[in-house]
Design a protein around this ligand. Structure first.
Ligand SMILES: [Zn+2]
Ligand SMILES: [Zn+2]
Length: 321
């Protein structure tokens, strides 16, 4: 954990940002239907043969693998901010976990997030909750942002990623979506197999049904919402350690749910830093995993926390790793 002065009471500064004026956008019905479909499927998880008291395990383990490693570590800290380096085979594996969270292809995710860092809570922010919470949380996902249909946007924001053949392969012909479907089949078949070993045909049916309901549908929706809380709640409620001239906040409950991403004001102050927790009590389990990778020799060039002076609160001492 990086050194911080803990004597200062956290304060929420009011940034001098312009209220975003967002033009009305066309609904992308394909995306809207997918989001709606997953949410409508949720109730089946509470009925036989789909229900299991093991559901917290499905959600927590699923989030750890597909949310924390796939989205937090691979999509966000590796691809977007290059906060560390891992061997190519491991990066590809982690990116594949991110694909299994159904948050879109890495190109689009990273491009959107880099724009967010550049234009936080102003007009061009892809998902500021300043206008309304629902927009920042999920409204932006199923509406068309014309910038995302332009090669120039990708050239400008993700030139480094465009050179990676693996990511181009995933993007082409929506292979990322096909892989998401393939992972459902794999998980369900594996669970059916385990169920069959322990309880024959009935075990196979229960294993497959429970994996589909909790390991896929509920877990996907759960990881969606906790990821979206970073964009919505962590730009609305909480405290700020730093003057970032945006509405980013540190939210303990978002950090708890997302294994570290909720320390979002820290992240806006030092976007490349691998650790999002800057005070001793700002636990960031995703960073703990990075430290583990570093200890076993699988992560290097882990970017330390160094906050530029102009982002420190007036009474805050200089923070450096
Ligand atoms: Zn943000
Ligand atoms: Zn970021």
């Amino acid at each position: 954990m990086n050194p911080m002065n803990t004597t200062l009471a956290p304060t929420l500064s009011v940034p001098t940002v312009t209220r975003p004026v967002r033009p009305a956008r066309r609904v992308i019905w394909r995306y809207f239907s997918i989001l709606l479909g997953f949410h409508l499927l949720l109730p089946i998880a509470f009925f036989d043969p789909f229900f299991t008291w093991w559901f917290p395990v499905y959600l927590l383990v699923g989030n750890a693998i597909f949310g924390s490693i796939g989205i937090n570590l691979a999509y966000h800290r590796l691809l977007t901010h290059r906060s560390l380096e891992v061997p190519q085979w491991l990066e590809k594996t982690f990116v594949m976990f991110g694909i299994c969270s159904l948050e879109g292809p890495p190109f689009k995710w990273v491009c959107t997030h880099r724009i967010h860092h550049q234009e936080s809570d102003v007009e061009k922010d892809p998902h500021s909750p300043r206008e309304n919470f629902l927009w920042g949380h999920m409204g932006w996902i199923y509406t068309d942002d014309p910038r995302m249909n332009s090669f120039m946007t990708y050239d400008k924001y993700i030139p480094d990623l465009l050179e990676e053949s693996y990511l181009r392969w995933l993007h082409k012909r929506s292979r990322w979506a096909q892989l998401y479907l393939a992972h459902i089949v794999l998980l369900v078949l594996a669970a059916a197999g385990v169920g069959a070993i322990f309880n024959g045909a009935e075990g196979a049916i229960h294993g497959a049904a429970q994996m589909f309901a909790w390991g896929v549908v509920a877990r996907t929706v759960y990881v969606w919402h906790i990821t979206w809380f970073v964009n919505s709640a962590s730009h609305r409620w909480g405290y700020q350690n730093y003057k970032t001239n945006d509405l980013s906040t540190n939210s303990w409950w978002v950090a708890l749910l997302t294994n570290g991403e909720g320390w979002h004001n820290n992240h806006h102050a030092a976007p490349r830093a691998a650790s999002h927790g800057h005070r001793w009590w700002e636990i960031d389990l995703t960073y703990s995993f990075v430290r583990l990778l570093e200890i076993v020799g699988l992560a290097k060039k882990v970017v330390p926390v160094i906050v530029p002076k102009h982002r420190l609160q007036e009474t805050e001492p200089v923070v450096a790793a």
